[in-house]
Ligand binder design. Structure first.
Ligand code: PLP
Length: 393
């Protein structure tokens, strides 16, 4: 396979991991829809493949492509982002302790809290923007820091370089969930992380048509252990999903550019609208960690959060009437989505914790798509303006 590591992002996105099919010359990597592979003599395999849980050619191409995007040596793909996180936790032993964000993705929280805690893996949650709190959370048993930045849904930005240094001092592995940023905006391995995790369901896939996950690492022995877990546990992606994801990453840089441009325009528009109380977007100077975002990100992404002026009735009215933003969970697709975290994505978080995090009844999350930004702005403007009219008139 050709080495594309000396090329820039857009070139790697389109070419890395892929060569024309040796049999037919097909430009696109075939969907190798086969579970098993013929052997010439017992135990003698023709290529690198004997059974598709262990390895599949379409998946191999995808793993090389994704690794290249994070400038990593190794990529390991999974059936979902949660399966990828699960593989990281499978590196741990009974009695080990993990530290992760206080506002970690709900599915990640559930995995630590409801599944792995039962196997004797304990955890502490901290606000990762507070490095003193992070340092205090370490115990002699801490083996993993699981870091999300930007966080979901309040878009807090944590300093990856500083946290990598703290983790190193405690001889603890740092894994960064890079789902919101994507490798186009942020490369945690270059900032000192040991593992990067993606829910490829989101921006990497970008078309809201697949569920997938991936891990990227530089360390060869860590890669071997994760490949072992991938095969042993078996949460692998199907060849067709690998193919779709390979097609998606070819346009990641173009999509992310437009997501960032559109989101910046929408964030500024919302910040100046009289029906909106507050806007949270890492690209706005009003964002509390704007300086950290500038330091470690090349752009600010497509996610915006905001507080409307009003209560749950206002939120409902807004979400029921907006047209171009579909009311749905998930994010990162080419189409704009909008949601109400308190009722939808973050309903499983206890009331008190939700309040502490600022996930209130007037709190809205937007995944800004790549439609024409003028249409998105007009849609928001018309829907917001109607909120300002008292219901009696
Ligand atoms: C969606 C998401 C996940 C989980 O990924 P799935 O593909 O849904 O399993 C993990 N982390 C973040 C930040 C996410 O947004």
């Amino acid at each position: 396979m050709s080495d594309y590591s000396s090329f820039r992002f857009a070139t790697r996105a389109i070419h890395a991991g892929q060569t024309p099919d040796p049999v037919t010359g097909a430009i696109m990597t075939p969907v190798y829809q086969s579970s098993t592979y013929a052997q010439s003599s017992p135990g003698v395999i023709k290529g690198n493949y004997d059974y598709s849980r262990s390895a599949n050619p379409t998946r191999t191409a995808l793993e090389a492509n994704l690794a290249s995007l994070e400038k990593a040596q190794h990529g390991i793909c999974f059936a979902s982002g949660c399966a990828a996180l699960s593989a990281v936790i499978h590196l741990l032993n009974q009695g080990d302790h993990v530290i992760f964000n206080d506002d970690v993705y709900g599915g990640s929280f559930r995995l630590f809290d409801q599944i792995f805690q039962r196997y004797g893996i304990s955890y502490t949650q901290v606000d990762m923007t507070d490095l003193t709190a992070l340092k205090q959370a370490f115990t002699p048993a801490t083996r993993l820091v699981w870091l999300e930045t930007p966080t979901n849904p309040t878009l807090k930005i944590a300093d990856i370089t500083a946290i990598a240094e703290i983790a190193r001092q405690h001889q603890t592995m740092l894994a960064v969930d890079n789902t919101f940023a994507t490798p186009w905006l942020q490369n945690p391995l270059e900032l000192g992380a040991d593992i990067v995790c993606h829910s490829t369901t989101k921006y990497m896939g970008g078309h809201s048509d697949i569920i997938g996950g991936a891990l990227m690492v530089n360390d060869s022995s860590l890669s071997e252990r994760l490949h072992y877990i991938q095969n042993a546990v078996g949460a692998i992606p199907a060849p067709m999903d690998c193919f779709l994801l390979l097609r998606s990453t070819k346009t990641l840089h173009i999509r992310m550019q437009r997501h960032c441009e559109n989101a910046m325009i929408i964030a500024q528009f919302l910040e100046n609208h009289s029906a909106v109380e507050q806007v949270i977007y890492p690209g706005l100077t009003s964002h509390p960690q704007h300086a950290t975002a500038l330091k470690q990100m090349r752009g600010f992404g497509g996610m915006i959060a905001c507080y409307l002026k009003g209560n749950i009735k206002i939120s409902r009215q807004f979400l029921e009437n907006i047209r171009l933003f579909s009311l749905a969970e998930s994010l990162g697709g080419v189409e704009s989505l909008i949601e109400h975290p308190a009722i939808m994505t973050h309903a499983s978080i206890p009331d008190l914790q939700r309040k502490k995090l600022g996930i209130s009844d007037n709190f809205i999350r937007l995944s800004v798509g790549i439609e024409d930004v003028e249409d998105l702005r007009e849609d928001l403007d018309q829907t917001l303006n109607r909120l300002l009219i008292p219901p009696s008139s």
